[in-house]
Design a protein around this ligand. Structure first.
Ligand SMILES: Cc1cc2nc3c(=O)[nH]c(=O)nc-3n(C[C@H](O)[C@H](O)[C@H](O)COP(=O)(O)O)c2cc1C
Length: 164
């Protein structure tokens, strides 16, 4: 059976809470990127990468440290999906940028990307996570739209599951 892992970095716990929900729903293992889970990456077929955005369009701190560590890894044959936590009201010009930053760092590594999400239903001006007209992964906004999180997650899981 193919193994699914969730790698997350979280400063105030929002991305971690979502990792817990996804792990339950998908029967996946989860790893905090602050523990530098390189071996987990090697052993997982499907990887969900979860990151929040800080500063103005910056990667969450633990991802900032971890991303360079995976730049030499061979990700060929792996299926990757992203989710990103952000605040579309306070940071409409850098909404969930972290997903785009991680995608751009690994896009040429031979992995397959799944789980892009249309921007309908989100209010923002700019995002580095928009790739070819869609969010490269699932944006979630616990600061302003937490009532939508459950339905967004459920719809996204139906979308990614067949690829895993
Ligand atoms: C100082 C600060 C800067 C932030 N910058 C951004 C940003 O540029 N873009 C964005 O979408 N969200 C931004 N956010 C919102 C966080 O990403 C959001 O609160 C997220 O849920 C935090 O997740 P975490 O607890 O897993 O780190 C910022 C929040 C704070 C407090």
């Amino acid at each position: 059976m193919k193994k699914t892992c969730i790698l997350y970095g979280s400063s105030t716990g929002n991305t971690e809470s979502i990792a817990n929900i996804l792990a339950d729903k998908l029967g996946a293992d989860k790893f905090d990127v602050s523990t530098a889970p390189i071996d987990a990456i090697k052993s997982c077929d499907n990887i969900i990468m979860g990151a929040s955005t800080w500063g103005i369009g910056d990667l969450q701190d633990d991802w900032e440290t971890f991303l360079p560590m995976i730049s030499d890894l061979d990700l060929s044959g792996k299926t990757i999906a992203f989710y990103g936590l952000g605040d579309s009201s306070s940071y409409p010009d850098s909404f969930v940028d972290a997903m785009g930053i991680i995608f751009n760092a690994i896009k040429d590594k031979g992995c397959k990307f799944v789980g892009a999400v249309g921007s309908d239903g989100y209010t923002f001006d700019e995002s580095q996570a928009i790739i070819d007209g869609k969010f490269i992964g699932l944006p979630l906004d616990e600061d302003n739209e937490s009532s939508l999180t459950k339905s967004r997650i459920n719809a996204w899981i139906e979308e990614i599951k067949p690829h895993f």
